[in-house]
Design a protein. Sequence first.
Length: 276
Amino acid sequence: MSMWKKTGLVALVALVVLGGLIACSPCRAEAAPVQITDENLAQMLEKLLQERPDLVMDVLRNNSEAVLDIAQQGSNMRRQRSLEAQWSQEMKSPKSVKLDGRPVLGSKNAKVRIVAFSDFTCHFCQQASGTVSAILKEYGKDVSLVFKNLPLDDKGPASTASKYFLAIAQQSEEKAWKFHDALFAGRDKLVTDGEAFLKTTAQDLGVDMKRLAKDVHSKKVSDIMAEDQQDAQKLGVEGTPYFLVNDLVVRGALPPDLFKKAIDMAKAKAEGTSPK
């Protein structure tokens, strides 16, 4: 299978053509070997499809995993080109959101700032959080993260978790980000156990629970929650996760390679260079 991943569609087509020609041609010891070139490949394949469609289908069926891999690669390339075109346009339209009072993970002077509109109980947010975490480690001081709270249920565990996160940040941003990671790691328990899980997690991190009980109901926390909702409405956010990468918009849990492409484009613009 590794051969198919390296050679791709050209190798598969060549195999079909070569196999078909061998099967269709008389076996003669003195026959010259079939030469497949970029110039004659399309013509030879067309001829084979007309003369032996059954053979082509057999080859494709026998290499179905390779065909699916190649189709997926093509789909990914089309999606990447579409996103790159979208992001190129978005870079021309600066976007502003309220960030005061929110913890920042990474350098406050990072060239690229990821603003995540997220929900602690959302499976896709959990998945995307892992991607963002890996990106922060890879890019170091060049990338930072700000978490914007967008719980889909304003009375459920996601909303309570957001309030806990913001309240803990008033004590310690470091503990708040550890709390953030613990919630996504234990998303299933958050969904089932609710606030009991939140309290246990906060205690395990050494949070001042008396202060937390007060801060979680503070005006500062409620104001930040309201501002995050307003920013989401202003941007037209329709679901989570939703990310601003400087001025680029990343919707959903993109594969790491595509998310990194957005990072590279935003970073290149910040540096005044061409993206990799």
